[in-house]
Design a protein around this ligand. Structure first.
Ligand code: 5GP
Length: 242
């Protein structure tokens, strides 16, 4: 692929310009981080597993009418994508209470959340991704009320589609984080990635964790087996490329 200039080097992905001004190349690296990037390791092929899983999920969402930035996966760890101006909000949807929700609020681990909770955090490691509300988002000039409503309804639609998609693979979608951006015409599209890095995924029968929470808990040796398990369950044999 003709990578031109590196325009963003994030914690686990690098974004490059291409010869087409409306497209970017996103390289998924093998890095894994926790604690706002304070802990970092390298795990062989992790970038490829996340890129292939993310591409599959973006294609499933596109088929269901959710526009994403995905164009193609020319290499196992390289995604060709529509260029977006990213909105610095982490939109989190929760179906089961765990993680920071049970640490910060009086709600028991494992409580089913129906309707799901939609939470928006400010994407900024320096400020430790603080939680936002509508008036903060508007006061900070991050998004308008109309845009906040679009983000909320898109995140809930993604939750509906992916809850069923993962259930078919014997996986509970506990919670997840998504990010959105605007294309050159101002349309809001799903961007970034949806992978075990930004989702909590539990085996439907054993409730064992199949996501980055293992790394957050220091169970580093179990991380790649979990990611490969998710890959094996959601990627059909004729689409397997790793
Ligand atoms: P919590 O707020 O409970 O730590 O996370 C809620 C959900 O959002 C989890 O699925 C978690 O993976 C995801 N999430 C929240 N913040 C981040 C982040 O900064 N990076 C990633 N990769 N995922 C996040």
């Amino acid at each position: 692929m003709d990578k031109k200039e590196l325009i963003n080097c994030g914690k686990v992905k690098s974004v490059y310009t291409t010869s087409n001004d409306d497209e970017v190349i996103i390289e998924f690296r093998d890095d894994i981080t926790a604690g706002d990037g304070e802990r970092k390791e390298v795990m062989s092929k992790k970038g490829s597993y996340n890129a292939v899983i993310s591409s599959k999920i973006f294609k499933v969402l596109e088929d269901e009418g959710v526009e994403t930035q995905f164009i193609d996966l020319p290499e196992t760890n390289v995604m060709l994508a529509k260029k977006l101006e990213m909105i610095p909000i982490e939109v989190i949807v929760r179906n089961i209470a765990t993680g920071s929700l049970v640490r910060k609020y009086p709600i028991s681990e494992g409580t089913k959340l129906n309707p799901p909770i939609v939470q928006m955090d400010f994407k900024d490691d320096e400020y430790h991704d603080p939680m936002l509300n509508d008036s903060l988002i508007k006061a900070l000039g991050i998004a308008s009320q109309e845009e906040i409503d679009i983000l909320t309804s898109k995140a809930l639609k993604i939750n509906e589609i992916l809850t069923e998609f993962f259930a078919d693979a014997g996986i509970i979608l506990v919670d997840f984080k998504v990010e959105f951006g605007k294309d050159s015409e101002g349309n809001i599209l799903l961007g970034d990635e949806i992978s075990p890095d930004g989702c909590r995924l539990w085996d439907s029968e054993t409730l064992e964790m199949l996501d980055k929470e293992l790394f957050r808990k220091g169970k580093d040796s179990e991380v790649m087996d979990a990611y490969v398990e998710v890959y094996n369950r959601i990627i059909p044999d004729d689409e397997k490329v790793i």
